[in-house]
Write a protein that binds this ligand. Structure first.
Ligand code: MN
Length: 328
């Protein structure tokens, strides 16, 4: 018995499939979505790939990206829906939740916080990216991994491991990435597109965001760094919301900082909070307190309130976690 037996069985049995991933999609969501869609197409199936939100410009080079639909009106019925890289059903977006006949749900994910919303659940928290699991699925289903699929799955692993820097960059992640390179993914070509291709407005916005830096010393040489980005800053820079992706890493990157946080204003008295840890603090645990999800070193959620209220609530939760981690 392999962990993909049931998923492969569903894929073989059905004919018409939907593949979905989470709102605000990033590299792993898009790469694993397209990898999965292409794999099912390779099995001769009829496949619809759906994302609620638009694909950020930097991922517009991914093979198959133009086949992604952003609405599901009149779609279906489907024999099954393959959900990738998504820990909660609600995060698949309104369009999916409104769908009458999604069929059985095959939930393929690597978030430890996954609530197993599928009829079939393949949850592997040790996997660096959902893209890794899609690659494993291909092997289990004896699907040939084409160059187009290799590029998508490589991008999924590359981005979710922070360019192979995080603890999630396991030997397996490197081995699979190496195999994907053999299958046609070109590392420099892909890096150039993903990391060396930023619009100037990102730098204008970054300048404003860095000027909001606040450091909070918790004693025990543990420090928290926060950055804030407001709707007004987005307007001034002429920037769209996903252009701030990755800014939180500037907070974590500071010497002695244990947890980096980015508060992004998303509406009146509403903030999206991104947490990044580089010490013993499990930010997924902090995120759970506020109804969010994520990984040990990277997590996020949305919170209502003024910036002062939001900051105070989270600081308190983090303070508890930092002290628990330091066993004070
Ligand atoms: Mn992921």
């Amino acid at each position: 018995m392999g962990i993909f037996d049931q998923a492969v069985e569903e894929a073989r049995r059905g004919r018409k499939f939907l593949v979905v991933s989470h709102v605000s999609p990033e590299g792993d969501a898009i790469g694993s979505l397209l990898g999965m869609a292409l794999a099912l197409k390779g099995m001769g199936k009829d496949v619809t790939a759906y994302l609620e939100d638009p694909v950020p410009d930097i991922f517009s080079f991914l093979p198959g990206v133009d086949t992604i639909v952003h609405g599901l009106d009149g779609a279906g019925p489907f024999d099954a829906t393959f959900a990738v890289d998504c820990g909660q059903k609600e995060r698949l977006g309104r369009g999916f939740l409104g769908l009458k006949e999604p069929g059985r749900i095959i939930n393929i994910d690597h978030h430890a916080t996954n609530d197993c919303f599928g009829d079939v659940n393949v949850i592997v928290p040790d996997a660096s990216a959902a893209g890794e699991l899609v690659y494993d699925f291909c092997k289990a289903a004896s699907v040939d991994v084409t160059r187009a699929m290799a590029i998508n799955l490589y991008v999924a692993i590359l981005t979710d491991t922070g360019s192979f820097r995080y603890s999630s960059a396991t030997a397996d992640a490197f081995i699979k990435a190496g195999e994907l390179v053999k299958l046609g993914a070109e590392p420099w070509e892909i890096s150039r597109r993903v990391y060396e291709n930023h619009p100037v407005r990102r730098y204008k916005l970054l300048g404003m965001v860095l000027s909001t830096l606040e450091l909070t010393d918790l004693g025990n040489s543990a420090r928290i760094a926060t950055l804030t980005v407001t709707l007004d800053m987005f307007r001034k820079a002429g920037a769209e919301k996903d252009i701030a992706d990755g800014f939180v890493n500037y907070a974590r990157g500071i010497e002695g900082v244990e947890v980096g946080m980015l508060f992004r204003e998303t509406g009146p008295k509403e903030y999206k909070v991104s947490l990044r840890s580089k010490g013993d603090v499990d930010v997924a645990e902090v995120s759970k307190v506020f109804g969010g999800g994520g990984h040990r070193n990277a997590a996020g959620f949305t919170l209502k309130g003024t910036i002062e209220e939001v900051k105070a609530k989270i600081m308190e939760a983090i303070r508890e976690k930092v002290f628990a981690a330091h066993k004070v």
